[in-house]
Write a protein of this length. Structure first.
Length: 154
């Protein structure tokens, strides 16, 4: 009995310590599992025609003109409108995640930019919390993001 109580307590302390700050760097995996994986899947493979893949695709967004900023903006404001990803059509709603803090969103973006087969394009550094903070100023939403989507992505 005592043992159960103790391990429960350890879990509770563990999760509250990890709750926010620890997500800052390297915690992107946890944010991904909690907020993205349900749609984009554990291996980032997505679901053809419904949820676009992130594996082998995020680097293309990062490399597109304005793409790095766009990627941060869709985390904050979501995305809505018909798009094409690697020749496949999608037209659903990507929710906004502005409720997550700057450090968590930066960690998340670094996670999806470096997981599976993905890596940052040459010369691009990891996202910082400050970069996310700056992106919030313009209050991007699903419509402004749709308009600003790099035209080379299709
Ligand atoms: C409820 C399902 C859902 C969740 C949860 C979700 N997405 Fe999406 N995501 C979508 C859909 C749907 C689209 C395509 C939107 C469209 O058709 O306009 C999309 C598009 C994307 C794109 C590609 C945008 C483009 O222009 O090609 C990226 C990158 C992305 N999501 C990342 C994420 C990340 C990271 C998370 C976790 C914070 C996440 N998504 C959570 C449904 C989801």
């Amino acid at each position: 009995m005592k043992k159960f109580l103790l391990s429960g307590l350890t879990l509770w302390i563990g999760s509250s310590v990890l709750g926010s700050g620890a997500l800052a760097q390297g915690g992107g995996a946890r944010v991904y599992v909690a907020y993205c994986q349900g749609c984009h899947q554990a291996g980032g493979q997505g679901n053809k025609g419904i949820f676009p893949p992130l594996n082998k695709y995020v680097p293309k967004i990062l490399a597109a003109k304005g793409g790095r900023q766009y990627l941060a903006n869709i985390m904050i404001g979501g995305l809505q409108g018909p798009i094409q990803v690697s020749g496949v059509k999608y037209n659903q709603v990507m929710p906004a995640f502005s409720q997550l803090n700057d450090a968590d969103l930066a960690g998340l973006l670094n996670y999806i930019s470096t997981s599976w087969d993905n890596k940052f394009p040459k010369g691009q550094k990891t996202y910082t919390a400050d970069e996310i903070k700056a992106a919030r100023v313009k209050k991007p939403n699903a419509q402004t993001n749709y308009k600003a989507r790099p035209k080379t992505l299709k």
